[in-house]
Design a protein around this ligand. Structure first.
Ligand SMILES: Nc1ncnc2c1ncn2[C@@H]1O[C@H](COP(=O)(O)OP(=O)(O)OP(=O)(O)O)[C@@H](O)[C@H]1O
Length: 241
């Protein structure tokens, strides 16, 4: 089933056209990567697919609903309940400990309860940060911070995770832990993931890669069998960018 479907998506900021007619479908359960040079429009596309930014032209369907026909209230509900976001900069609150950061969406909506606390602990266990529960973000490594951010993105059990350069601020070892966590979320928890990345190694964990150049999709790569083969294909295709 298609969860997101973009048809001829155009996005302009003033006179500057960032996206120039993007056709992109995301299937339920897929792990899709978006690659492209700096300024090619990757983050803009991710924000549009994640219902954070509106389109200037074209149509975006979320589970067959045309987004422009939904009210702001309904869009906010979908973002809150069905989508999760992970960013390069982590965006943790330095004044809150790890557990509180993960529970933050529920503190904001004043809906904290025992079942949600239990879910936070289950996620911390799953992503190997349970012992850090009472630590402050400043006491953590980059990889640990990103795993906290991933737990927070998962706390409301979203259907789709949008990740913008989630390993961009990490060394290769921490990056691998984080990408493995995302892969597990995709394969074991059956969450759809859309991830922006510069890094062909990280991209090779995806099922499909969309290559963006100057606001247009210039190629799509599908993983056939082997990850190392896929890595080679990605490297070869990056010369097009
Ligand atoms: N809110 C905005 N207002 C005006 N221009 C913007 C805005 N957001 C992005 N842009 C411009 O749109 C272009 C694409 O930006 P975008 O962040 O989508 O690129 P990107 O491929 O994600 O780049 P990077 O890899 O550097 O993050 C850039 O030239 C950027 O300056």
């Amino acid at each position: 089933m298609e969860v997101i479907s973009g048809e001829k998506i155009v996005k302009s900021y003033g006179k500057f056209k960032v996206l120039k007619g993007i056709n992109l479908n995301v299937q339920d359960g897929e792990f899709v990567g978006i690659m492209g040079k700096s300024g090619s429009g990757k983050t803009t596309l991710l924000k549009i697919l994640g219902l954070i930014e509106s389109v200037t032209d074209g149509a975006l369907l979320y589970k067959k609903d045309e987004i422009s026909k939904l009210s702001d209230k309904e869009l906010a509900r979908i973002r809150r309940e069905e989508l999760g976001f992970v960013f390069q900069e982590f965006y943790l609150m330095d004044s809150l400990d790890v557990f509180e950061n993960i529970m933050l969406p529920f503190y904001i909506s004043k809906t904290v309860d025992d079942a949600k606390k239990e879910r936070a602990r289950m996620l911390m266990d799953q992503f190997g940060i349970r012992l850090l529960e009472k630590k402050m973000p400043t006491e953590l490594s980059g990889g640990e911070r990103q795993r906290v951010a991933i737990c927070r993105a998962l706390i409301n059990d979203p259907e789709i995770i949008f990740a913008d350069e989630p390993t961009g601020n990490l060394d290769s070892k921490s990056g691998k832990v984080v990408i493995e966590a995302l892969r597990e979320i995709n394969k074991k928890m059956n969450k759809t993931i859309v991830m922006v990345t510069h890094d062909p190694q990280m991209a090779s964990w995806c099922d499909r890669i969309v290559l963006l150049k100057d606001g247009r999709i210039i190629n799509e790569l599908k993983k056939k069998i082997d990850q190392s083969d896929f890595y080679r294909v990605i490297i070869e295709s990056m010369v097009e960018l």
